[in-house]
Design a protein around this ligand. Sequence first.
Ligand code: PLP
Length: 400
Amino acid sequence: MAFLSDTLSRVKPSATIAVTNKARELAAAGKDVIGLGAGEPDFDTPENIREAAKRAIDAGKTRYTAVDGIPELKAAICAKFLKENGLTYTPQQITVGTGGKQILFNALVATLNPGDEVIIPAPYWVSYPDMVLLAGGTPVPVVAGLETNFKLTPDQLEAAITPKTKWFIFNSPSNPTGAGYTRDELKALTDVLMRHPQVWVMSDDMYEHLVFDDFQFCTPAQIEPGLYERTLTCNGVSKAYAMTGWRIGYAGGPVALIRAMGTVQSQSTSNTCSISQWAALEALSGPQDFLPEFRAAFQKRRDLVVSMLNQAKGITCPTPEGAFYVYPDISGCIGKATPGGVVITNDEIFATALLEETGVAVVFGAAFGLSPNFRVSYATSDEVLREACARIQRFCASLV
Ligand SMILES: Cc1ncc(COP(=O)(O)O)c(C=O)c1O
């Protein structure tokens, strides 16, 4: 009898976590490493949020809570959805979990049966296909490449839908490309979805607050109220509030789905950390003045990285609308060799050679379903980014 499950054999560990670990190991061994792999802001959690957590500890808010969240936080999430997204949810339609990741996972485990298909625009966040596989479903990646600025077209969506399609996962601004859909672009997709009533929409709005220039964030149930009854609107505090370690994600959706997700959570982790829930309440309902500051810092870094990478030989780097990632195309480097004789035949070899020869850690594109590319997380200081991009430029110039 095999010890490991058949399900696990279909799943790979997260490539982004693997790169981050490898960079940590090299740094611990004394190598001069710049990690551009991890998807987390370098800012500290704002002070008012940290203070709210300390108060929660001192007030004894240290026991189990309701599985899907304390009422105070659920009320704040309802208020947030109404104010920022024009979406009306009651507390029964809200669930709180251990990061955005658990929210998505709960929804997939609660709804997927063998044979159910989940449409995932590629490049995608590394975890989507593997979470679908773990939940017993079939991921259906649909590639949206450089020619459409990494955005899925309505024709592509229409062509991918079958009678077995259960979910369409939508992520804007996107990890790994930073691409954000305008209202018109999203409306064109929701028009397609309106013609297919069996398809549910999982909107992953994790990077809602990290948008640049005059880009206006929008989410499917807001753009097409006809989809409200079959949309799960997912979000969290990890990225916008610099709270990755606190592990708070949440969603709003139809009551039956939210209850089913609560059942999954009640038999796995129970409630997420009580202290973190009180901190998230402060994040959502306290002062929001640091958000424009974070945004401005990220926009400056985006401009720096896009400009410097476009000056690297063989690299084309589009300018994203949001998040803190860029996803440069390295077609111009494929087929060339490093001075050490390594032939760059794909983006994984490119990323490995880049790390070994320059100490810059990036995540190769194959992990996100579109090659040849790599992902840079620019959530680090301008100075570090300037040095990393200069090393990438020198590395590319050295290829023959
Ligand atoms: C698109 C997207 N969704 C969800 C998550 C999960 O966030 P959390 O840390 O809250 O689990 C991430 C984190 O990288 C992400 O990039």
